[in-house]
Design a protein around this ligand. Structure first.
Ligand code: CO
Length: 494
């Protein structure tokens, strides 16, 4: 038997040489561990505090993961809204404790981590501060797959390479299904992503809609069309994630997203250890140490039990549910729809709403269903059903989506429908952020009393309603104010 040569980065084919078909070359698959971000976002509403991460960071840093995904819109939001943690402080602490592994964040293009479009000056500053505080890989996506909404973010990430050569501008394709979302559609988008200057591409299947054989077709076609690495991100919801990853790897995917097994499966990802074991001794061997992973698993098993005992982790979330494949909507959206209906006392109309979602989506130009479009389309579908008349009432976000203010939809919106929804308002056809004046200085001027670090203006920009309350609590904690403080005499117990 021929002696196996050790797989190194160098054995991956150079950029402009494509491997001959049907020959499996040794190719180390790189692994992004999501337990610090998407796994707990998917299972426990992003409530893992930094204190639960700290004891295991040193070991996570030793594994040799390609990256640790640890930051994003929901982690940021949860930090200031529920955990009273400064998200920037969290990032700096993670950086300090994981000096050997790239840190990765998820970034909603021109929406950054918020829910509206930001002016370019704010976005550029956000990217710069994220990198300065420890981020290496910025995974950028747009809910509409509109490349115009990604351009500034890609440029800003590339500019940040001067400060940190590890910086990677990764663009994620929001994967969805529907009549226009053919393999050609994705290949065309992948080519445009490469042209826009991305360092790598991620196929982001946030709703767990990928199936194994289609994954092979999709990855193969994209790998044919571009030279940059392709990463696969899918959820376990319908029970197909590890099969999708495996077929994707066979078709040429370079990297996969997984989660440590105690917080894997269900609405989360394929278990890290299982994928590592599945690839061990094959040309795709990840090289990661299963014994070290088993030690890390022990730690997360403790957390998992704690979250189950406190009610934070509902074991139902860990069950397989192929409904997403039937309704073609993300799991999170299903639970949102149900809670909206409950509030209106119309839980019995869930089926009608689920039937209305694809119709609203068609009317709105087939947006992929991901934040924020999933909420916008979902809410409109609920309105249409509970009011008994379609589009009797529309909220501003739906009008903005139809007006083109979020960007160009995959399919043009029917002008007649557009007129019905937005009236005489002029539709937007350019890059939406081109209509925005620089706003960083204005935002700074709004909160001078709260600024303790330069990043605070960015926290405020993205969460203007929640941030002031968080800033106040942060200050109170610092100067030791608590309920028993004698405010009149300015005496605070230490
Ligand atoms: Co995800």
């Amino acid at each position: 038997m021929a002696k196996k040569t050790k797989v190194t980065e160098k054995s991956v084919p150079a950029k402009d040489t494509k491997p001959a078909e049907n020959t499996v070359k040794e190719k180390k698959i790189q692994v992004t561990e999501t337990v610090l971000r998407d796994a707990h976002q998917s299972l426990i509403a992003t409530r893992m505090p930094l204190s639960d991460m700290l004891p295991i960071l040193e070991k996570l840093d030793k594994v040799g993961f390609y990256s640790l995904e640890c930051w994003g819109g929901a982690t940021f939001d949860s930090c200031i809204r529920f955990l009273d943690e400064d998200p920037w402080d969290r990032l700096r602490t993670l950086r300090k404790n994981c000096p050997n592994t790239k840190l990765q964040m998820l970034f909603r293009g021109q929406n950054m981590l918020g829910y509206r479009h930001y002016a370019d000056d704010v976005l550029e500053y956000f990217v710069q501060r994220s990198v300065a505080n420890g981020i290496d890989i910025i995974r950028i996506f747009d809910a509409l797959n509109d490349i115009k909404n990604l351009q500034t973010a890609i440029k800003a990430a590339r500019a940040a390479k001067k400060e940190n050569p590890n910086v990677e501008a990764q663009v994620a394709i929001s994967y969805t299904t529907g009549p226009v979302f053919t393999t050609e559609y994705y290949v065309d988008y992948a080519k445009r992503i490469q042209e826009a200057g991305a360092d790598s591409i991620c196929i982001k299947d946030m709703a767990a809609l990928l199936t194994p054989y289609y994954t092979a077709e999709l990855v193969g076609a994209i790998k044919e069309a571009v030279d940059i690495p392709v990463q696969l991100h899918t959820h376990y919801t319908s029970g197909l994630a590890s099969m999708c990853l495996l077929k994707g790897i066979e078709a040429g995917a370079d990297r996969i997203d997984t989660a440590m097994s105690p917080l894997a499966n269900g609405t989360s990802h394929a278990p890290t250890e299982s994928m590592v074991a599945a690839l061990q001794g094959t040309p795709y061997d990840t090289g990661l140490d299963l014994v070290l992973l088993a030690e890390i698993r022990e730690y997360f098993m403790g957390l998992r039990q704690k979250y189950i005992d406190s009610g934070l982790l509902d074991p139902k979330m860990l069950a397989t549910d192929a409904k997403a494949l039937i309704y073609q909507v993300p799991g999170g959206m299903l639970s949102n729809l149900l809670s909206q209906l409950k509030q209106a006392g119309k839980e019995d109309q869930l089926t009608q709403v689920l039937e209305e979602v694809p119709r609203v989506r068609k009317d709105a130009g087939y947006p992929p269903l991901v934040t924020p479009t999933s909420q916008i389309v979902g809410t409109q579908a609920v309105f249409n059903v509970i009011l008994g008349e379609r589009y009797k009432m529309c909220n501003d976000q739906f009008k903005d989506l139809v007006a083109g203010k979020y960007g160009t939809t995959p399919v043009p919106v029917d002008p007649e429908f557009q007129k019905k929804i937005i009236g005489d308002q002029k539709p937007v056809n350019c890059r939406p952020a081109d209509l925005l004046e620089p706003e960083l200085e204005k935002l700074r001027a709004e909160i001078p009393e709260w600024i303790e670090q330069e990043e605070d203006v960015l926290t405020y920009a993205q969460f203007p309603k929640v941030a002031p309350g968080f800033f106040k609590k942060r200050r109170d904690k610092k100067i030791g104010i608590n309920e028993s403080a004698d405010l009149k005499n300015n005496i605070h117990p230490v």
